[in-house]
Design a protein around this ligand. Structure first.
Ligand SMILES: [Zn+2]
Length: 335
């Protein structure tokens, strides 16, 4: 059991969240409320029936329900309400800074204009006391041509997001499939990240770095299968945005006691803790920290390091980053 002091520290310490899909923060209650508001018919009879369907066996079984849930999002206010609900929840966990993924293709494919998506999410970020920025993510099960088309549609609003990411079904969709569109995004000055090494092999992490030129790896937990890659990630201080509860729900690890977060830290890697799709995976930031610390031999010094890693790896202006890091250090000095 986690001692009370450590639990309290995990709950109160300042945090940065770097891996959260906003569509994955849609709670069943909000899905039903939005379905009613928009006259969308759901395949589930009740909030309970929908929640009961959240028993996943792998990434794909989750994605099928995730896309069904997102189908209730139609108006700008829907995107605002979803984002505002997440930010309120993040604020309660003392998340001070968050970098939010959104998947425009999930919505434009249903006829929702990209402006509606971006404006709603961005307006909620502006109205929140939490520092929040946006990362536009391409769906990797779709083609590179479709990613290019999405980029073109999104460019008129580029002042509202600072990064580009790559998510959805990893196996069979290696990073290099998106080499040209990421090269274009780099030219345009976007910050770049990609999901790699969640279900996919360490080779996907390497091509995300070498072909896509990403600055952070989302998940990346499979890196430990390759010693040279592990050393490289540590040496080059390439952060991994690890999502412990997600990894258990999607069977990347059988149980939390087998999670490799401590091994990643011991290998010198800038690992961070994040919630991924909190409505679907059983918890927000504090839930992820508490579940991980309960199952693994992690203590105060690890909490301090993980809190620092989150802000160190953030796409923040240097002065703001240093201010958050000083806040983290002051918090731990007083513990
Ligand atoms: Zn993710």
């Amino acid at each position: 059991m986690l001692n009370e002091q450590l639990r309290d520290v995990l709950q109160r310490m300042p945090k940065a969240e770097l891996h959260i899909h906003i569509e994955g923060s849609l709670e069943p209650e909000l899905i039903f409320a939005l379905a009613q508001r928009n006259g969308v018919k759901l395949d589930y009879a009740s909030v309970e029936a929908l929640r009961a369907a959240y028993a996943f066996t792998d990434l794909q079984s989750f994605l099928d329900i995730y896309y069904a849930g997102a189908s209730v999002l139609l108006q700008e206010q829907d995107f605002y309400d979803m984002t505002a609900a997440y930010l309120k929840r993040a604020e309660a966990d003392n998340v001070r800074h968050t970098e939010i993924f959104f998947d425009p293709q999930t919505h434009t494919a249903r006829g929702v204009p990209i402006k509606t998506v971006i404006d709603g999410i961005h307006r909620a970020c502006q109205d929140s006391p939490v520092s929040a920025t946006l990362i536009l993510s391409f769906l990797r099960h779709l083609s590179e041509a479709e990613a290019f088309a999405t980029l073109e549609e999104a460019l008129p609003y580029r002042d509202k997001y600072l990064g580009i990411g790559l998510d959805s079904s990893e196996l069979g969709n290696p990073p290099e499939k998106f080499a040209r569109v990421f090269a274009r995004c780099k030219e345009l000055g976007f910050r770049l990240v990609a999901h790699a090494g969640e279900e996919g092999p360490p080779a996907y992490i390497e091509t995300a770095l070498d072909v896509l030129k990403v600055e952070r790896i989302d998940h990346g937990v499979r890196c430990l299968d390759d010693a040279a890659l592990t050393q490289r990630l540590a040496r080059e201080r390439i952060a991994l945005t690890v999502c412990p509860l997600s990894n258990i729900k999607l069977c990347v690890f059988d149980e939390m006691a087998q999670h490799n977060l401590l091994e990643l830290l011991d290998a010198g890697i800038v690992a961070t803790v994040n919630s991924d799709d909190p409505a679907y995976f059983g918890g927000y930031m504090n839930d992820n920290f508490i579940a991980t610390f309960e199952a693994l031999p992690l203590g105060l010094s690890h909490a301090h390091r993980l809190a620092r890693n989150g802000f160190s790896a953030a796409f923040l202006p240097e002065a703001q980053k240093q201010a958050f890091l000083a806040e983290v250090d002051a918090f731990f000095a007083a513990v």
